[in-house]
Design a protein around this ligand. Sequence first.
Ligand SMILES: *Cc1c(COP(=O)(O)O)cnc(C)c1O
Length: 386
Amino acid sequence: MPRAAVQANEPIFDTHPEVSLDFSHVKTVLKRGYEKPFLLIDPEIIRLKTRRFTRAMPRVKPYYAVKANPDPRVVQVLRDEGTGFEIASVAELDLLLSLGVPAREVLYSNPMKSRAYIEYAAHKGVEWFVVDSVEEVRKVVSIKPDAKLYLRIDTPNIGADWPLAGKFGAHLVDVPEIIAAAAAARADMAGVTFHVGSQCRNPQNWRVAIERSRAVFDQLIAAGMRPRMLNIGGGFPVRYVKPIPAIEVIGEVVNEALEAFPEEVEVVAEPGRYLVSDAAYFVCRVVGTATRAGRRWMYWDAGLFGGIIETAEGLRYQIRTDRTGPMVPWCVAGPTCDSVDVILQEEMLPEDMQEGDFIYLPNAGAYTTAYASTFNGFPLPEVIVL
Ligand SMILES: *Cc1c(COP(=O)(O)O)cnc(C)c1O
């Protein structure tokens, strides 16, 4: 019997209070008027979430995944909290360097990097580069022979609302060949990483992934390598609509699994969503409504192209309005003329919603403004920091 910290019959969902930005701040900002959709961020909540993450997993140093929200003011808050950073591109690296983040505090965790990007990052002083294929090992080493490589492995994404498996991650059958290629290239295969899937609501994914990482550490050691870093990736969930395992519950599972690694092994994570989502409200407005073949439609001034894109894969935001009418099903679409720009089908919203009404999405600080484009001539949402 494993000494499981969380037994199957124990409640694991919603065991701890979660935070949201205080709604009164949204009302205060709206008193100044409204021009276009905006994201209102409270940096204090980012600080709170960072400290809570570290308390739940004292052995794990967070490296913020910049893609979740690359606003420079967000990055500054995290830099001041002492996190490192995870990047996928040189634009993200330049942003960090311009804010005084040292390159050695940066993990280049995109498994598929162009030669030009690797050269640039290496030149700027980045030391850590992820790999998940024989070709990528050879590519990185040909540019930076002393790179510290960490091997991304494939792990279960069961129970993640935004699964990432398939696109990246070496499968266990391919690991021996990658290690052999690294040995032949005299590469420093210094660590192992994985990603359990974003908004992962199943703590067991971390346990399984850490156990697999331990097995890969053993394979690396057997091949004469010196693995010394375990990177447990991102995926830590926040409370939207569905219940979540609190970070403390995930922490119990992670902390116990980490006991299989000696103290000298440095353990890091790459939380994105967890650190920034709860700190912000996304605010937009109803452009108009219509009835089509008996179905009610409403069109917001921000849709799929305006930052509300995660609903396309099934993520659900809590939706606040100022209306109190009976709830009826609505189709919700964005303002562009692209037929793909439909955010929600049959979403229960007040019957009396009208043109000009405001829409408030709490906990929307991650993967909203970061995704927005000006497609069809609609403006990017503004980011306002309290
Ligand atoms: C996107 C990403 C993250 C962050 O994921 P979250 O689900 O936002 O925590 C971390 N690491 C890598 C490599 C990523 O691609």
